[in-house]
Design a protein around this ligand. Structure first.
Ligand code: PHE
Length: 337
């Protein structure tokens, strides 16, 4: 029996077969169990001899089954480890990592630049009152200059702001007419325009405002010159042209110098070698006094620019819609490494 059993154990291919072997020899009805149960019928001389033998056989089978079980388990474990092993030398799959949107980067760059000159960054609501969007900026109801900014009205008194200038009125009011104000405000603005390569019904602006005692036109010019050189390169020049905004007097438009290009793909600097990048001027006395500042004591300058336009000039983007259609092929070109 022992020989036969041990052979079977050696051949067992898996734990299930091993278990069957155990049952057939050592189980309740197993052959060894039978021998042990039959001991009572033996004579007293035979009993210890047969008993000893049967016990030895049982122990031998038990040990061999246990050994075999251990080695089968070990083999199964090794097989699993092999199957589940990972080849760490394989090249990784590239993960698509996003990056800041070009507009976000430009706005942050402009913010950093002005923060460096002591400006604080302010925000205002995109749904604005007629009062802050127009009236507080010296654009009373029915003023023809309201036509410059075709508006999305929500009610008679509420509209989507057409520029970030209401934030200058709000900030001055917050400072209660007795402290200097030095702020910029980036944000979305809305105008009733038909979208094309250079127009979008929604775009962004950055407003700047500096109000203090003795702020002069030359301060505006110096600030904008610094801005243009930092943003576009030290070799750039600026020029101011007279313009009109109801909330500034005098009002200017600012051009920066650019290298003239010709032909296809040249959209940025055709013609004169100057390109307009922003509007600004000295805050109108009426705007100061409506916000609680005495125009005899305080003066200030303000300017407003479009980050899309800045980005288009700086990076040669030819279609403003690229900022809003979110084609990753477009956006990816401007991710910094
Ligand atoms: N708000 C003006 C515009 O949207 C720009 C501007 C801002 C002009 C501040 C002067 C001063 O056209």
């Amino acid at each position: 029996i022992q020989k036969e059993a041990l052979e079977k154990v050696t051949q067992a291919a898996n734990l299930k077969e091993l278990q069957d072997i155990r049952v057939s020899y050592l189980g309740k009805k197993g052959s060894i169990t039978k021998v042990l149960k039959g001991m009572g019928k033996l004579s007293s001389e035979e009993r210890p001899i047969i008993g000893q033998m049967a016990n030895a056989v049982r122990d031998a089978i038990t040990t061999s089954i246990e050994e075999k079980a251990t080695s089968l388990e070990q083999a199964a474990l090794e097989k699993r480890l092999e199957e589940e092993s990972i080849d760490v030398t394989l090249p990784g799959r590239p993960v698509n990592i996003g990056g800041p949107h070009l507009l976000t980067s430009i706005v942050e760059e402009i913010e950093d630049l002005f923060i460096g000159m002591g400006y604080e960054v302010k925000e205002g609501p995109e749904v604005e009152t007629d009062y802050f969007n127009f009236e507080a900026l010296n654009l009373p109801k029915n003023h023809p200059a309201r036509d410059m900014q075709d508006s999305f009205y929500i009610t008679n008194e509420l509209l989507l702001r057409t520029h970030t200038s209401p934030v200058q009125a709000r900030t001055m009011q917050e400072y209660e007419g007795n402290q200097p104000v030095k702020m910029i405000c980036p944000g979305k603005v809305y105008r009733r325009d038909t979208d094309d390569a250079t127009h979008s019904h929604q775009f962004t602006q950055i407003e700047g405002l500096y109000v203090d005692k003795n702020v002069r036109m030359s301060d505006l010019k110096g600030t904008l010159d610094k801005f243009a050189k930092k943003m576009f390169g030290e070799e750039r020049k600026i020029r101011l042209r007279p313009s009109f905004f109801p909330f500034t007097e005098p009002s200017v438009e600012m051009d920066i110098s650019c290298k003239v290009c010709h032909g296809e793909g040249c959209s940025v600097c055709k013609g004169t070698g100057w390109i307009e990048i922003l509007g600004g001027g000295m805050v109108h006395p009426k705007v100061l006094s409506m916000a609680g500042y005495d125009p005899k004591v305080y003066s200030g300058f303000a300017f407003g620019m479009g980050p899309e336009r800045i980005a288009m000039l700086k990076y040669g983007v030819s279609d403003i819609r690229g900022f809003y259609t979110n084609d990753v092929r477009f956006l990816k070109q401007y991710h910094k490494a």
